[in-house]
Design a protein around this ligand. Structure first.
Ligand code: ZN
Length: 196
C-alpha cells in the first residue's frame, strides 16, 4: 500500500463525539507499523471525506491511538495531506509568535463553530504509517489543523481551549443542530435542515 492508496477505497466509520471517554484521555503511541495500521488510516481518510473535514484523529473513530490524518489547505491554498503517528507540535516563540483568531469546528461536535486564537504557524513532527520520520510545517488553516489534531491525541478538544463564555455559545449552537446528525454519522448522512 502506497501513500496514494491511503486516500482511496477506505470504509466510512461512525465519528465518536465529545463526552465519550476516549475523546478526553491521552492516547497510546503507535508501535506497530503494519497493514492493519495503514488500513485504519485509509478508513480514517474515507471517514474524514464523508464528513467533509480537513483532519481526523483516531480518537474520533473511537480508538485510543496516536494517529491522525489530514487533507487541508495551507495559507497558499495548496492542499497538503498525510497520516501522522505520535505527533508533537512545535510553535513559534518570541517575535515569531503571532496569534490568529479564526473560526474552528470539530467533526466530533458537528455543526458548531467558534472563534479561537492559535499561533498562525506550527511544525508537526512524528512518523508516517510506515514508521518513517515526517515533518509538516503549516501556516494559516493547516497550522490550526495540525494543532487541533495533535490536541485530540492528547485528550484535548478545542472547546477546552475556549473561554467559558465562548464555550457556552458553542454548546448552544451545537445543541441547535445536533438532531441533524445521526448517531452513526457520517455512515448515515446528515439530515436536511428546514432552512437548507
Ligand atoms: Zn476535532
Amino acid at each position: 500500500m502506497g501513500d496514494d492508496d491511503l486516500r482511496q477505497g477506505g470504509k466510512v466509520l461512525p465519528i465518536t463525539r465529545w463526552g465519550e471517554p476516549v475523546m478526553h484521555e491521552q492516547t497510546r503511541p503507535v508501535t506497530e507499523f503494519d497493514d492493519e495500521l495503514r488500513q485504519l488510516a485509509r478508513d480514517m481518510f474515507a471517514t474524514m471525506r464523508a464528513a467533509q473535514g480537513v483532519g481526523l484523529a483516531a480518537t474520533q473513530v473511537g480508538l485510543d491511538l496516536a494517529l491522525f490524518v489530514f487533507e487541508c489547505p495551507d495559507d497558499d491554498n495548496k492542499i497538503h495531506h498525510g497520516a501522522i503517528c505520535n505527533p508533537t507540535v512545535t510553535l513559534p516563540t518570541g517575535k515569531e509568535r503571532n496569534l490568529e483568531a479564526s473560526e474552528e469546528g470539530c467533526l466530533s461536535f458537528p455543526g458548531a463553530y467558534e472563534s479561537l486564537a492559535r499561533p498562525d504557524k506550527a511544525t508537526c513532527t512524528g512518523v508516517d504509517v510506515w514508521g518513517e520520520p515526517v515533518t509538516v510545517e503549516g501556516a494559516g488553516f493547516l497550522a490550526r489543523c495540525l494543532q487541533h489534531e495533535t490536541d485530540h491525541l492528547n485528550g484535548t478538544v478545542f472547546g477546552d481551549r475556549l473561554s467559558s463564555r465562548s464555550r457556552r455559545k458553542l454548546d448552544e449552537r451545537q445543541a441547535a443542530v445536533a438532531h441533524l446528525y445521526p448517531a452513526d454519522w457520517p455512515v448515515s448522512p446528515r439530515k436536511a435542515a428546514a432552512d437548507d
